[in-house]
Design a protein around this ligand. Structure first.
Ligand code: NAD
Length: 504
């Protein structure tokens, strides 16, 4: 190809791109679908107990709190608020069950996990509806992402039970003991699966504490554990808020703590475990960079950005919440994003057409709004995309993004944990890497480019536990997940994730 010819092609590509942008300057009309509500109904009992030693029991604390549907603000149930005596009973049950479970033949342990995975598949619809009602995420996500991954995680780990000697060649892997596991509200059942599956596969027993706003699917899982006749005490579920979690962390008879949640709480837990014999893994917050080079397949990248930040209302630890765009295409990307955002449906999470559901809680909505204010006050430009009216009740935030962002702005540094994207620009690959790594976090990153060599070069230099290339937010039970720096330590998933649950 001659230079002249090459230049002509480049010029015509440039022309096409701006023409596309021009047509996108007007927002598309939102297609007026009829409502497509999920019809399955999931009964929820008025009040829930704690799951200790294979049965549901009333909390010895005698305290309960409400769990509500964030899309309607209606009460779904009363949840037990586990106190010191409850945590103690759960830990004792796990300790008593440990001897037998750890000596159960691995092939037998595998059967329980296989049974559990199959039963989750059979009850998938019910679990998806419950997850959406309690957490606010769109039914499409709980149905197509969360619950299938939950089943996959148990299937995957069922396969490991009798192969641990191959995973740790030359060693004699033994269980760690009683595991205290504390999880957040953004992927309630999936986080429970990430914690329980490897622990059980390796012969440990567990005390799981779900997040206070999303306890229902973990408790439904307890019913399934009864159905599959998992021996009593192998898994115990103690609901409650941060104080219940703290009591579990500080309980002297717990051998290992696995925590997923905010960096702030993670640091407190690390301090509490320091100087004790407890083992600890932490999966914490993030402010992940999604890097778009000018040679990227731009429409594909736009979908990746949408998937990276507006999936699950941005309640994703590894959300691509910092978009780094090469300067030459920044305006084009902003125009296309605005256009794409206008086509996202915000509203009833139980409607199968909904793309963006409810914010998980009033407190989280207040946090997001505070960041929107801070962003504006510090001089960034907020791009809000109007849409049809939102439901009168419930907690809602339309997806939006900030341009004119400086790396020193609060919204470019702190985790917002909502559907708010901050867009920064860069000129060269090295500037992209420098900006991406300029954060105390290091959970994930995305790189979009047409050039394989550039992708591998940049990916190698990024300080992030996971780097997605020309895609974003892909998960698999066989693939380890975890952070660098203040995003935590330890891995979950795959062979690497087993390491936290064995002593060698
Ligand atoms: P959070 O830290 O407030 O709460 C997480 C869990 O810890 C809840 O169950 C809570 O009750 C419990 N908890 C609170 N205080 C505690 C204490 N002092 N001791 C023990 N337990 C305590 O976090 P959140 O708001 O529920 O979740 C959002 C955070 O979780 C975000 O920062 C997100 O990035 C992070 N997250 C990380 C991952 C990951 O894999 N790295 C996955 C999901 C969420």
């Amino acid at each position: 190809m001659t230079h002249d010819h090459h230049d002509d092609t480049a010029a015509s590509l440039q022309y096409d791109a701006s023409a596309v942008s021009a047509t996108m300057r007007t927002a598309p009309a939102l297609i007026d679908y009829s409502p497509a509500p999920e019809t399955a109904r999931t009964p929820v009992s008025e009040s829930c107990g704690l799951f200790i030693n294979g049965t549901f029991v009333a909390p010895r604390s005698r305290r309960r709190f409400e769990t509500i549907n964030p899309a309607t603000e209606e009460r779904l149930s009363l949840i037990a608020d586990g106190g010191a005596a409850d945590v103690d009973a759960a830990v004792s049950a796990a300790r008593a069950a440990l001897r037998r479970w750890s000596r159960t033949r691995p092939e037998e342990r595998a059967k329980y996990l296989f049974r559990l995975a199959r039963r989750i598949q059979e009850r998938a619809r019910e679990l998806a509806v419950l997850e959406t009602m309690d957490g606010g995420k769109p039914i499409r996500e709980s149905r197509d992402v969360d619950i299938p991954l939950v089943a996959q995680h148990f299937f995957h780990h069922a396969g490991w039970c009798d192969k641990l000697r191959y995973a740790f060649a030359g060693a004699d892997p033994r269980p760690v003991g009683v595991c205290g596991q504390i999880i957040p509200w953004n992927f309630p059942l999936l986080m429970a699966a990430w914690k329980l599956a490897p622990a059980l596969a390796c012969g440990n027993t567990c005390v799981l504490k779900p997040a206070e706003t999303t306890s229902l699917t973990a408790l439904r899982l307890a019913e399934i554990l009864q159905e599959i006749e998992l021996p009593p005490g192998v898994v115990n579920i103690v609901t409650g808020a941060g104080e219940t979690g703290r009591m579990l962390v500080e309980h002297p008879d717990v051998d290992k703590i696995a925590f997923t949640g905010s960096t702030e709480v993670g640091k407190r837990i690390a301090a509490a475990c320091a100087g004790t014999r407890k083992r600890l893994t932490l999966e914490l917050g993030g402010k992940s960079a999604n890097i778009i080079f000018e040679d990227a397949a731009i429409d594909q990248a736009i979908e990746g950005i949408v998937q990276g930040i507006w999936f699950n209302q941005g309640h994703v630890c590894c959300a691509g919440s910092r978009l780094l765009v090469q300067e030459s295409i920044a305006d084009d990307v902003a125009v296309r994003l605005r256009h794409r955002l206008a086509s996202l449906r915000v509203g009833d999470p139980l409607d199968k057409n909904t793309d963006v559901g409810a914010i998980n809680s009033a407190a989280q909505l207040a946090t997001i709004r505070r960041y929107l204010e801070i962003g504006r006050a510090e001089g960034a430009r907020l791009e809000e995309i109007p849409g049809p009216p939102l439901p009168e009740r419930g907690y809602w935030c339309r997806p939006c993004f900030f341009t004119d962002v400086d790396p020193s702005h609060t919204i470019a540094r702190e985790e917002i944990f909502g559907p708010v994207l901050t867009i920064l620009t860069f000129r060269t690959p090295s500037e992209a890497v420098e900006r991406a790594n300029n954060t105390p976090y290091g959970l994930a990153a995305g790189v979009w480019s047409d050039k394989g060599a550039r992708i591998f070069d940049v990916a190698r230099k990024l300080e992030a536990g996971v780097v997605w290339c020309n895609t974003y937010n892909q998960f698999d039970a066989a693939s380890p997940f975890g952070g660098y720096k203040e995003s935590g330590f330890g891995r979950e998933g795959g062979m690497a994730g087993l390491r936290a649950y064995v002593t060698l």
